[in-house]
Design a protein around this ligand. Structure first.
Ligand code: ADP
Ligand code: MG
Length: 504
């Protein structure tokens, strides 16, 4: 694979759904050896152009060129034959099979005849060696982390000789550490000359990874930027086209001044420096900032899961304990960033996972009352519409959205006074997202303090009543619900002062 040569090009792609134009004159170009990012707001047409390139949808006009030649891609097999492969958000692996078995699933029958197990394993081993992946070809997929599963998907693509690998929001269900591993993998693929088309709505990832960036808006390409031209202001303005100034007026929310959290001069290693703020019952306080800006450490210190080096945390005037159990009894709850590691016990049932934080209310003399526990769980399943409605179901078997409902339901069923949320909707489908926001609003209206760390700019600017943006371990700017735009929040997170924000 020869770097810098054009791998794939589209010319004048046109597509309508039910008479509505969703792609108009799309000219996309991806070279060998480049990570090409594709950004755009929801509905811009990113997934549709990908589906056309990969033969899922038929185009209504235009041409696709691979290696300079017009090609007809009418189905997935055509795409595969041209070396084009997609890694989908919802991974398509069979958990009970091994890495090797998954990689060859389908292929053995489709175009390899019957391959011996030994040969399959050898060829997987060779690929793993070539790309320096850290993965055991004999591991059962069920035992792998999300990042490793994604590696298996990538290996699967490589085993089919993919030269263009398309990733549609691949990090949406990964933790920060797992994402970092994926980025290393992507670097390796680029090094070997593959082309990568990378769809993301996270600018920091695009900064980290991409050689070029194509921005789409309303079905058109509005710009192709070189690495050096990529910056928050340019990209956001291109994506949105204008400042999102739609009216977001809301009935002024009452603050409950007798329920409050004060953080004074908090410091924690190099991550938090002299952080001070007060949050009141009745408000959803959003905390913005880039990944690694200290937000997770902040909520962990408040919860008692991390111990600050300096400063004070006061809840209703009294110092907060360093013991999590005590804080939970006072009404604290935390929905952690990586729910699969810290949020729930995957092999345990919905019931156990919900009741786990409420043993204080469900037991006598240290023994949990099984009937009470069951009723507690049934109520939560009902109130928060957790699906399936089966309290015995292991949480590992639920969708991302329902897993998060379990983690949130555990706290909501206790009527918490302070709820800390760290990236609460990562990997959660749209429908469930709306439910989660609804629960948060209701909880705030009942007088609780909600502190929400989020990297999702839409969520941050639409759901929060007030936003504090961190930069380099400090609070940098404060926004109100009404003056916060996605652009200005992103700028502040990148360390640039804005007109709308109040400098801190
Ligand atoms: P993005 O991936 O950038 O969020 P999409 O490509 O999914 O955007 O969607 C672009 C537009 O096409 C949207 O308005 C969406 O509603 C519409 N669309 C996508 N797929 C279909 C479909 N199968 N039928 C009808 N409309 C669709
Ligand atoms: Mg999409």
């Amino acid at each position: 694979m020869e770097k810098d040569r054009v791998l794939l090009r589209t010319e004048g792609i046109f597509k309508q759904f039910n008479g509505v134009t969703v792609l108009d004159d799309v000219n996309l170009e991806i070279k060998y050896g480049e990570v090409h990012a594709l950004m755009g707001e929801n509905g811009a047409g990113k997934s549709t152009i990908i589906k056309i390139i990969t033969g899922v949808y038929a185009k209504d006009g235009g041409d696709v060129f691979v290696d300079g030649e017009v090609v007809a891609i009418n189905n997935r097999q055509d795409a595969r034959a041209r070396g084009i492969s997609v890694i989908y958000q919802e991974l398509s692996l069979v958990p009970a099979l091994t890495v090797t078995e998954n990689i060859f699933l389908g292929q053995e029958i489709e175009h390899r005849g019957l391959l011996s197990k030994k040969k399959m394993r050898e060829s997987v081993r060779a690929l793993i060696g070539k790309y320096a992946f850290e993965i055991d070809p004999d591991a059962v997929v069920d035992s792998l982390s999300m990042a490793q599963r994604q590696m298996v998907e990538i290996l699967k693509a490589l085993s089919m000789d993919a030269k263009l690998i398309i990733m549609d929001e691949p990090t949406s269900s990964l933790s920060a550490a797992e994402s970092e591993k994926l980025f290393d993998t992507i670097d390796g693929l680029r090094e070997k000359g593959a082309g990568i088309l990378y769809v993301s709505h996270r600018l920091e990832e695009v900064y980290r990874l991409s050689d070029r960036l194509t921005v789409m808006r309303d079905g058109r390409i509005v710009a192709v930027l070189d690495r050096s031209e990529i910056n928050a202001k340019t990209v956001t303005t291109l994506m949105i086209g204008r400042e999102p100034r739609e009216s977001r007026a809301r009935s002024g929310r009452d603050l409950f001044k007798d329920n409050y959290l004060e953080v004074k001069h908090l410091s924690y290693g190099k991550l938090l420096k002299d952080v001070s703020f007060t949050a009141y019952g009745g408000e959803i306080l959003g905390i913005g900032g880039l990944v690694g800006s200290g937000r997770t450490e902040l909520v962990r210190c408040i919860y008692g899961a991390a111990k600050q080096d300096g400063g004070e945390i006061l809840f209703n005037g009294r110092p907060v304990s360093k013991r999590i159990a005590k804080n939970i009894r006072m009404g604290f709850g935390l929905v952690p960033e990586d729910r699969r590691v810290e949020g729930f016990i995957p092999v345990q049932s919905i019931e156990k996972n919900i009741a786990i934080a409420s043993h204080d209310r469900l037991s006598r003399l240290g023994i949990v009352n099984a009937r009470k526990e069951t009723r507690w769980a049934e109520d939560a399943i009902q109130n928060y519409d957790i699906r399936p409605k089966n309290r015995h179901m292991p949480v590992a078997n639920l969708s991302g959205g329902n897993q998060q409902k379990v983690v949130l339901g555990r706290w909501l069923s206790r009527d918490p006074k302070l709820l800390l949320l760290d990236e609460p909707t990562v990997g959660v489908d749209v429908g469930v997202k709306a439910d989660l926001y609804d629960f948060m609003r209701k909880l705030a209206q009942s007088g609780a303090i909600i502190i929400m760390v989020s990297s999702d700019l839409f969520e941050l600017t639409h759901i929060s009543d007030r936003i504090l943006v961190m930069h380099g371990g400090r609070f940098f700017e404060e926004f109100t619900h009404d003056n916060a735009s996605q652009t200005s929040v992103l700028l502040a997170a990148s360390g640039e002062h804005t007109e709308e924000g109040r400098a801190l």
